[in-house]
Write a protein that binds this ligand. Sequence first.
Ligand code: IMP
Ligand code: ZN
Length: 367
Amino acid sequence: MEDDAELFYRQLPKVELHAHLNGSVSVATMERLIARKPHLNIDHSMTAILKGQRRTLDECFQVFKVIHQLIDTEEDLLMVTKSVIREFAEDGVRYLELRSTPRADSKTGLTKRRYVESIIEAIRQCKEENVDTEVRFLVAVDRRNGAEVAMETVKLAEDYMLASDGLVVGVDLSGDPNVGHGKDFLPALQKARNCGLKLALHMSEVPSQKEESELLLTLPPDRIGHGTFLHPEVGGSQSLVDRVREKNIPLELCLTSNVKGQTVGSYQKHHFPYWYQLGHPCVLCTDDKGVFSTSLSMEYQLAAATFGLSREAVWTLSQQAIGCSFATDAVRQQLQQRWALLLPEVFPTSSCLHREPTALQTCGQGL
Ligand code: IMP
Ligand code: ZN
């Protein structure tokens, strides 16, 4: 049975802007994939990090390798993408930006083009089936694959931006932050920007990326993923913070992912309050809801409980995420109207000022 808080956070209309497709696959879908490929001898402990467990960042990237073995055909991709979209919709996500790295597989005949097309087809089918969320797609550049592949990936993104009726809206830079250097990707990212693709870049996910972040900020990106080590208290710098603030670049913040991946010591030590108290645009996201066993509702609930946000502040946080999306102005307007219509449903009584019981009261006046 859902309690009052769980119901509130699920009913809260939400915007998800940082979700890697293959990291977002649920246990139920994993079961179907594992049953299809018993010869791989994969079990659930290899595809998800459960409650209370933690892994090093390195170990997290091993998990993705296992998942990629399970998802290697067009059929898998179609099934997985549709399930992930439906699950986000059931969790109250009304606008979703999915991202994924195109992969080819000579054994199954999967090509990078068919990879992207399968995802676009899944988004279209969900729309036809009236799944209640608006979905867009970001093509991901995996930093492990180097500059040349990055350029090819951007070309792919450009082609599908023009051929997907506006479903492909941007490019992501992700992958193991300890591998490669951002400077190698500048030409590809510049090209993406010049052809009208938006840029959502993982930045300062680990402490060693200060110089890289300085470089990437010259683009500048349209959104920053994590930004864990940007601020001076954790080895970043005031000038990095100043530049992010001057350009008003929204941060995609993924609490559970950072705690379970051990780039942040605990929920209390997360950088959310640092930026939130500055009034900087912060968007709560899941990163990999399957791998990290979470949901966007849970992330909102955790943030509220940890940092003492009133329900009114939580509402404002979710509503402000609309403005950080890569949707067109028309879609943003529709979403704003949707939020306005849902307000009385989410706040049936005057419970707006309710605070979560374990509030640390460290922020809440930020926005
Ligand atoms: P995919 O791109 O749909 O296959 O989703 C999984 C991929 O997303 C991983 O192989 C990584 O490249 C990337 N990814 C997922 N989570 C993270 C993260 O926290 N940091 C950097 N890259 C990530
Ligand atoms: Zn990520």
